[in-house]
Design a protein around this ligand. Structure first.
Ligand code: ADP
Length: 787
């Protein structure tokens, strides 16, 4: 025993200490008799005593060997750890004769082991408590470990995550990103970072940074993968919000439609505040009615219930925010105490929504434009971050709406201007006289027939001016360079195909302080008026001729008188001449004088006849088939201006499908003109609110075209109505009294009838004439040959 380098003892079969070696006595600093009292004298550490007593007792009783880990007090009082091994020694019959005990000092090893265990526990604790989702995977990427935080966060047991099952908690939109990133890492054998959303136990997704790192063996082969996922939701949303703001400002700058900008704004807000819905309303010009609602995450019936409704303070937090021009934070829009029942509120609540935070959207100058609201189904405290999002997004909404209003107004003005230019055929231009560059409106391009994209330059345009007008147009330009304005005047343009356009131009020259000259002007295409005026002039002169001719017919008496006078002069002079020649001696001198007088009178008569012939040159009836409608229309056009001047409303009801008639177009136009001018004289002679003439052409009875001229003038007394067609009957101070008699004879010669009748249903008279239309006039009883 003494030779064994260790602490040894021999015990009796009942466990009493019988012998100890010197090493034990030296270690404990006790003799054998003291060592026998180990159960009570504190040699065994009191904390270990119960365990030692139990295990030792069991072994002695059962006769089985034991090993007990326990502390023994050293002579200096310090306890050290020992492994206490005890084995029974048996006799041949198997009975225990003694116990051999070996105490091995394991103190240092035990401390190291404990420290290791503690550090392992510590590590586990650390891994489980770090505020990140930690995991590890085998070399092939199949996951085998997830820390506690990971399991708690996703709310799933580890069995539901191992291998590749964990991808089920990645947002569907991000799964592709995650898998392709893994392939990249795996192929390169390097780690890396990606960002993706992970589903929390409550179903909401948050943004995480996924960091993956490989562990390699000494050959550089990947044996394991480790990784952490760090919650970056807040930063990510802030970045997304910033990126969203930038995109929104771009959309606004590009002039995208308002609804598109506001829809995008809603999605930016919803991405920044997960679990929230956003709606934006705009007001109409009166600022009292909701004109537009952008709410992409709301059902249509909600939007429909708001559009067109009036702002009513108690209808919703939005309405209140607009009415009071302040933010309204309502956590319980369901409260019937505060809010009135409206269809919109019912739809809102039916969606399971509860909370509505509304902010007014106002322009720079404080005009209210609309509202922006954030809605949720669950309660949420308004945090500074939320307020920041509300402030920033309402500002963008205000920029978008204000810009839209301004652009809308601009678009309207431009449209108006362009339409006005198109309708009036007037273009406008700006002329920088220093560079000779012109800026033209669209209509200007149309008038000068310069393609839209082509830049007009002054010299090129001069080439379009009619050669006959070139000189004075040039001079006008020269005067402009001296700072002189140009009043409206008409110049002609000549196009290569021979067309001529009449353009009335006018401009104003602006002289700047530095002497620079600019000019702003207009150009109106008056070709149509010009041609119409020319045509009207011609028509008027032809009508005048007919009047003259027909008047002469009626004035035949006075003409006869004119011819008779020289004729009786000739007869008288001839007989005087004969008398003078028959006298004795004949009065030759007197006879020559009287013969000369005869010649003079003869010439005078011939002159009268010649003039008469000239006047009658156009008298023949000139029948041709024509449309009375069109002919009447022409007459009305010629007197339209006159009617305007006299403030008379001239209405025409001309039947477009009228059959054609055959007759003298000019003479029938003369009749229409006579009737209309008479009617104008009549309505002009009374004071009335509305002076009216109605000209109507119809096929009243089969085979006849009827034209009526109805006025609301003073009418004609019954006793005079029979006389108005008489030649020289007139009631006007300057009247001739031949218009109606001439008209009646023209209509007679066309086989028709001209009648006058007092209106039965109002003041005034109606003149009517009917002319047989072509099919009828072709018959044997055709009337035009009466002429
Ligand atoms: P004038 O117009 O030169 O008088 P007309 O033969 O055309 O000659 O007309 C004869 C007269 O018939 C007129 O002076 C006028 O008294 C009468 N008259 C013609 N048309 C109308 C009318 N629409 N309403 C009232 N009186 C009319």
């Amino acid at each position: 025993m003494e030779a064994i380098p260790g602490l040894v003892a021999v015990l009796a079969p009942d466990g009493r200490v019988e012998q100890v070696n010197r090493e034990i006595e030296d270690y404990c600093g006790h003799r054998l008799d003291q060592l026998r009292e180990w159960g009570t004298n504190g040699i065994v550490h009191p904390d270990d005593m119960p365990n030692v007593a139990r295990l030792f007792g069991q072994s002695i009783a059962s006769g089985t060997p034991y090993t007990i880990e326990q502390r023994l007090r050293r002579h200096d009082g310090e306890y050290r750890w020992f492994d206490n091994h005890g084995r029974p020694r048996r006799a041949a019959d198997g009975s225990i004769v003694a116990w051999h005990v070996l105490l091995v000092d394991v103190h240092d090893r035990k401390l190291a082991k404990d420290a290791l265990k503690a550090s392992e526990q510590n590590l586990q604790l650390t891994i489980d408590t770090i505020p990140a989702l930690a995991w590890s995977a085998r070399s092939d990427g199949t996951a085998d470990f997830f820390n506690r935080h990971y399991l708690d966060y996703v709310g799933l047991p580890i069995e539901k995550l191992v291998d590749w099952q964990w991808t089920s908690v990645v947002h569907p939109d991000d799964q592709q990103t995650v898998l392709s990133a893994w392939k990249r890492f795996d192929a390169a054998g390097t780690g890396g970072d990606i960002e993706a959303r992970v589903r929390r136990h409550d179903g909401t997704y948050r943004w995480f940074n996924f960091r993956t790192h490989p562990l390699r063996d000494e050959h550089g082969n990947v044996v394991k993968w480790f990784g952490v996922k760090v919650d970056i939701d807040e930063q990510k949303r802030a970045t997304l919000l910033l990126a969203g703001e930038r995109q929104l400002l771009e959309l606004i700058a590009w002039g995208r439609p308002l609804h598109e900008v506001l829809a995008k704004l809603c999605s930016v807000v919803e991405a920044a505040l997960p679990g929230s819905l956003c709606e934006i309303r705009t007001l109409d010009a009166s600022r009292t009615v909701f004109e537009h609602v952008e709410a992409p995450s709301f059902p249509e019936n909600y939007v429909a219930a708001i559009i067109g409704s009036r702002v009513a303070e108690k209808a919703s937090p939005c309405d209140m925010a607009i009415s009071r021009r302040m933010q309204v934070i309502e956590d319980n829009f369901g409260s019937p105490v505060l809010w009135t029942d409206t269809p919109a509120r019912a739809h809102f609540l039916a969606q399971g929504l509860k909370l509505m935070w509304s902010a007014p959207v106002t322009s720079k100058d404080g005009t209210i434009l609309g509202s922006l609201s954030i809605c949720r189904g669950t309660s949420q405290k308004l945090l500074p971050a939320h307020q920041d999002i509300i402030d920033r997004t309402t500002q963008i909404a205000s920029i978008a709406i204000e810009r839209f209003w301004a652009e809308d107004q601009l678009r309207r003005r431009k449209f108006l201007l362009e339409e006005a230019e198109r309708i009036s055929e007037t273009g406008s231009f700006y002329w920088d006289m220093k560079t000779n560059k012109l800026f033209w409106s669209t209509q200007m391009h149309r008038i000068y027939e310069v393609p839209d994209g082509m830049e007009p330059v002054y010299p090129n345009l001069m080439a379009k001016v009619h050669p006959d007008d070139e000189a004075w147009v040039q001079e006008k330009a020269q005067r402009a360079f001296r700072g002189e304005n140009s009043p409206p005047n008409v110049e002609r343009l000549l196009f290569p195909d021979g067309r001529i356009k009449y353009i009335s131009t006018a401009f104003r020259v602006i002289t700047h302080e530095d002497g620079r000259l600019e000019s702003v002007g207009v150009a109106q295409d008056v070709t149509r008026q010009r041609l119409a005026d020319d045509a009207a002039d011609q028509l008027r002169s032809e009508l005048a001729h007919v009047t003259r001719v027909m008047s002469l017919g009626e004035l035949a008496a006075s003409i006869t008188h004119e011819v008779n006078q020289p004729l009786s002069g000739i007869i008288t002079n001839a007989s005087t001449c004969l008398r003078m020649l028959a006298a004795d001696p004949p009065n030759i001198e007197g006879a020559i004088r009287t013969a000369q007088l005869s010649i003079r009178d003869g010439n005078r008569a011939a002159e009268v006849v010649k003039r008469l012939r000239n006047l009658y040159r156009k008298q023949d009836l000139n029948p041709e088939p024509f449309d009375l409608n069109e002919a009447a229309q022409e007459v009305l056009a010629t007197c339209a201006h006159e009617m305007q001047r006299r403030r008379i409303i001239l209405k025409s009801k001309l039947d477009a499908a009228l059959p054609r008639i055959e007759g003298d177009r000019i003479q029938l136009q003369q009749v229409v003109l006579n009737l209309v001018l008479n009617a104008a004289d009549a309505v002009g002679s009374v004071e009335r609110d509305s002076r009216q003439i109605i000209v109507e052409a119809t096929e009243a009875e089969a085979g006849n075209v009827t034209l009526t001229v109805r006025d609301n003038g003073p009418g004609i007394p019954a006793e005079d109505i029979a006389r108005i067609f008489d030649a020289f009957y007139t009631t006007k101070p300057n009247g001739m009294g031949i218009g109606l008699s001439v008209s009646r004879s023209i209509i007679d010669r066309h086989g028709g009838k001209l009648r006058a009748a007092t209106n039965e249903d109002g003041p005034g008279v109606t003149f009517t004439f009917s002319i047989p239309c072509i099919a009828a006039t072709k018959g044997p009883a055709g009337g035009q040959h009466q002429a």
